[in-house]
Write a protein that binds this ligand. Sequence first.
Ligand SMILES: Cc1ncc(COP(=O)(O)O)c(C=O)c1O
Length: 474
Amino acid sequence: MSLSVQTAEGLSEGEGGSPEGAPLLDCMDQLIIEQEKVMLARTQKSQAMRAEARTVLAGGIASSWQDAPPCAVWIERGEGSKLWDVDGTEYSDFHGGYGVGLVGHAHPAIVAAVQDRVTKGTHFAQPTQDSIVVARELAKRFGLPLGRYNNSGTEATMDAFHLMRVATGRSKVIKVEGSYHGHHDAAQVSVMPSLDEAGSIEAPRSVAGQGVPDPMAQLTVIVPFADLAAVERALITHKDDIAGMIVEPVMMNIGLIPPPPGYMSDLKDLLHRHGAWLAFDEVKTGLGLAPGGATELLGVTPDLVCTAKAMGGGLPCGAIGGVPELMNLIADRTYEQVGTFNGNPLTMAAARATLLEVLTPDAYRRLDTLRDAQVKGCEDVLRRYQLPGFVRAFGAKGAVIFTDNLSNYRDFLDYDDQWGNAHWLYQHNKNVFLPPWGKCEQWTMSVQHTMEDVNRFVANLETFARALRDEVPA
Ligand SMILES: Cc1ncc(COP(=O)(O)O)c(C=O)c1O
């Protein structure tokens, strides 16, 4: 077994294989059954609310990803790094609402900005002063001079697909297998295909998501993560049809995977040689990995960047930024980039406070300290209990990855779901809220987290590790 810690300071690789996984997995089912019982026993009010909600909300929830076995947890309120469910349980919030929560809950600067704005009107479908301030700050952080707003990560990546197509007159866009870019048609291709559907690694199929017509899916060309030769093959096979490529520069959705050194700049050069554009999906990575996202971390500026989630400080938000050649197509109305709520004043007020008052250089330094402690603590647990895997973290985001081998979607398919599921349950039952779907997701820390939250997380990992070791026959 070997461990590898990846922080914003270093991008070195270094995990190896482990013979430990199989006997541990045999015991995992039992732990999951026990922990699901614990969770069900302490979430009675959540379950009652779900039952009531089923009469008016399809499935009794507001979004399908607000549910994870054994039950959806209903939230009462949040403050600082903590949130409380309707049964009164307090959690350290490392879920961060799927990566939104860099500012934590009810941050005084966000509360003040929103309170001030709400008394002056919250929607005009006309621009307000804050939209300039926010755009200027995003341009500075991501190194792309012109921006536009929308209302979600999905809208941001949809605009990127459209803009690259309009700019080139070409219809196809390259996307990485296993990556998630939101729920519009072009992005819902090969997000979580089964091995049977996915085809060979040399020529991955474009697998249509639910409700996406197959001919539409064929316009999205699939490649493995960080495989330059595969991108080149795609550009040659679909000669003069590829408008561009969208990529999460540090891949989430299957854990947390950085590209090899130099990959992103080589990718940009390759795409440009073929007359195609490069879009970074920084919906999760933007602001979370560094003040200027993966763009800053990797030192490669794409042609387009999509941001959302954390920039709104808890309000619905989205934005694209880009090079003048692309963004001027919006300015001259070749591409009419629109949306009733684009640049909504309440969102803009929250985004201004988020960017200028909360996510300051000092805040990032504090996050670095907390992250380093959490990585070190988790790494220590893995080592002492001889569990497979490693810890990987950048900025406010990180993950404990219980396999030694994870560099693309095919590895992810081999990584047993039980690890992430059991770890999630142990954290949840001991007052740490992580995103569900353990092996896909990452933790998010906020600027309001403290060492107490970190210690709680690490202690829970140790409880899980000990339980697992206790179950395994000597
Ligand atoms: C990388 C990435 N892109 C796009 C999206 C879509 O964002 P939204 O849910 O705001 O539409 C997500 C959501 O999780 C995401 O993780």
